[in-house]
Design a protein around this ligand. Structure first.
Ligand code: CUA
Length: 359
């Protein structure tokens, strides 16, 4: 830990793989700024004393004649050195930014919904929690986040990472917790009266404790299973087939849809990702699949953001591909063709990184 003054930490605790890198960069920025601030302050005073006017009639020497060459060298030196230092800051900062904005392909996925003024968390295996997030230590965790109302921002200082949570859009954030413990969650975007109370706690646990916690809370079935019952409840299955080779010609088959390329009328091929599924449910007339008619009614106002995430998870579970907004790689799409694992299988194999929906 950098900079502790009489036991008072200048930095929050560090509990993620990226935290030490962020601290090192920040320390570099602070020390560089401090060095130059002190240097300049010292020189201001020093030169004011050294070159003070000593008599009423004194005139400064003509600098245009004397020392012209030395002035040029001085100009080059004080341009090139700051340029070099700021380039170090730029490249270093950019490399941390890229690391933080690209979740590893095999990350464990968790859904977050922000709402005035609480955090709702949904695990793939089924458990839900409010203002609490239980995760295993030393695993890459990817949060897929959306908001039910205004802009929020999911911030865990101990992990040195934050990302905006926007209505009508999915954003992601990832981290790899490295220390077992409890850490604060804050909302880092002013979102109304109780913004300052929109807090929570991350519980980083060892894998066994996490498995036990998960098993205790998965009574309602996995997200995909909950999505399937919502799918049936809303009557989606009356028109959309969800098994292979069962096409009725009226509504596109959802089997094997996710992550693949879909031909849209008047638009061409697009990728069937989370955002496309969401848009098709809320605004079915905005993208019509080629060869089908515009007959689907909107479900806007009938499905909560959490329900939407479950529906997306169900459609994902029908295979085959990954449509992750960021970090999707060809490798991730290929491995997703493997057999889905049930939550039970996954619990007995904690090293397995394939989420239960086969992504
Ligand atoms: Cu939510 Cu501030």
């Amino acid at each position: 830990m950098f900079f502790t003054f009489k036991g008072l930490p200048f930095f929050p605790e560090t509990a993620s793989s990226i935290a030490a890198h962020v601290d090192a960069l920040y320390a570099f920025l602070v020390l560089t700024s401090a060095f130059f601030s002190l240097l300049i302050a010292f020189l201001v005073v020093f030169f004011a004393v050294k070159y003070r006017r000593r008599s009423a009639g004194e005139l400064p020497p003509d600098t245009n004649i004397a020392g012209h060459g030395a002035g040029l060298i001085l100009e080059i030196v004080w341009t090139v050195i700051p340029l070099g230092i700021s380039m170090i800051m730029f490249v270093w900062g950019a490399s941390i930014f890229f690391t933080e904005s690209r979740p590893p392909a095999d990350s464990m996925e968790i859904y977050v919904t922000g709402k005035q003024w609480m955090w709702k968390i949904q695990h793939m295996e089924g458990p839900r929690e409010i203002n609490e997030l239980h995760i295993p230590v030393n695993r890459d965790i990817r949060l897929t986040m959306t908001s039910e109302d205004v802009i929020h921002d999911f911030f865990v200082p101990a992990f040195r990472t934050k990302a905006d949570v926007l209505p009508g859009k999915y954003t992601t954030e990832w981290f790899r917790p490295t220390r077992i413990g409890q850490y604060h969650i804050f909302c880092a975007e002013y979102c109304g009266t109780k913004h300052s109370g929109m807090t929570g706690t991350v519980y980083v646990m060892n894998q066994d404790d996490y498995n036990a916690w998960l098993a205790a809370g998965s009574g309602e079935g996995s997200m995909a299973e909950q999505g399937q019952s919502l799918f049936n409840q809303l009557g989606c299955g009356n028109c959309h087939p969800s098994v292979i080779n069962n096409n009725n010609g009226r509504c596109p088959n959802l089997h094997g849809l996710f992550g693949t390329s879909v031909e849209i009328k008047d638009l061409g091929p697009i990728r069937a990702d989370e955002a496309y599924i969401r848009e098709s449910i809320l605004y079915p007339d905005s993208k019509i699949v080629a060869g089908y008619d515009n007959i689907m009614p909107t479900f806007k106002g009938l499905i909560s953001e959490e329900g939407m995430l479950k529906l997306v998870e169900y459609i994902k579970s029908l295979g085959p591909g990954s449509g992750t907004p960021t970090g999707a790689t060809p490798a991730a799409v290929q491995t997703s063709a493997s057999q889905p694992q049930t939550p039970a299988q996954r619990r007995t194999n904690p090293q397995a990184t394939t989420p239960p929906t086969g992504r």
